[in-house]
Design a binder for this molecule. Structure first.
Ligand SMILES: N[C@@H](CCC(=O)N[C@@H](CS)C(=O)NCC(=O)O)C(=O)O
Length: 215
């Protein structure tokens, strides 16, 4: 087995890559990183000094691959399987990348802003940044709701990298700012994602850590 994933089961960007790995039953070794533990953090930063996960290490090809989207592109290129994570057609591939970017930048990032603001020492909260993040999340949810009125998956009938990005982003966004009443198509899409075996498995593995999510 040449692939090792450095990750944490609770992390939304790591779940995105887990979904891609589980979709194609790609074998990999797990290296859980605990950033709160000095040794674990130091070991991980030797692999990727930026210190953000997920990171994929491929010993067979001597490649260290950071960034969730780049990892999924790498898997699609070097370890393809029955789920085509990035379509072969260049136009469809561009659209898939665009939707992947959309979920990362306009759902995952503002969702994380809401969660991490809760971890700040009292008196150091970023109220303005928080309001901006919530407004962005609301706009994004409205756009997703429109798009998903007629689709099963982000790109239509085929599950892709865009759905890997959407699953944890929408799951946690719904936790911090529930959208079931206002964005019914987005909520139905999230329900489909949660039933998809790859994401259901990632969620089940994250379950023991949910108590660490700041309320
Ligand atoms: N652009 C990166 C974002 C990765 C990211 O933000 N990871 C978070 C966990 S979900 C992280 O490592 N947080 C720890 C930190 O910032 O110290 C990707 O797509 O992989």
């Amino acid at each position: 087995m040449s692939l090792t994933l450095y990750f944490h089961p609770l992390s939304s960007f790591c779940q995105k890559v887990l979904v891609a790995l589980y979709e194609n039953e790609t074998p990999f070794e797990r290296s859980i990183v605990d950033l709160a533990d000095a040794d674990s953090s130091a070991r991980f930063k030797k692999v990727w000094p930026i210190g953000k996960f997920p990171v994929l290490r491929d010993d067979a090809k001597d490649q260290t691959v950071p960034e969730s989207s780049i990892i999924i592109e790498y898997l699609a290129q070097h370890y393809p399987g029955r789920t085509q994570l990035v379509p072969a057609d260049p136009e469809l591939a561009r659209q898939t990348r665009m939707r992947d970017r959309f979920y990362d930048l306009y759902v995952n990032v503002p969702m994380q802003k809401v969660v991490t603001d809760r971890l700040r020492p009292s008196g150091l909260n970023d109220f303005h940044g928080l309001e901006e993040a919530k407004a962005l999340l609301q706009t994004a949810c409205g756009m997703i709701d429109q798009k998903m009125a007629t689709k099963t998956w982000a790109m239509g009938d085929a599950f892709s990298m865009a759905d890997c990005a959407a699953a944890p982003s929408l799951f946690y966004a719904n936790m911090v700012m529930p959208f079931g009443d206002t964005c019914k198509n987005a909520a139905a899409y999230l329900a489909r994602l949660m039933q998809r075996p790859s994401f259901a498995r990632a969620l089940e593995e994250a379950q023991p850590y949910f108590r660490f999510i700041p309320k």
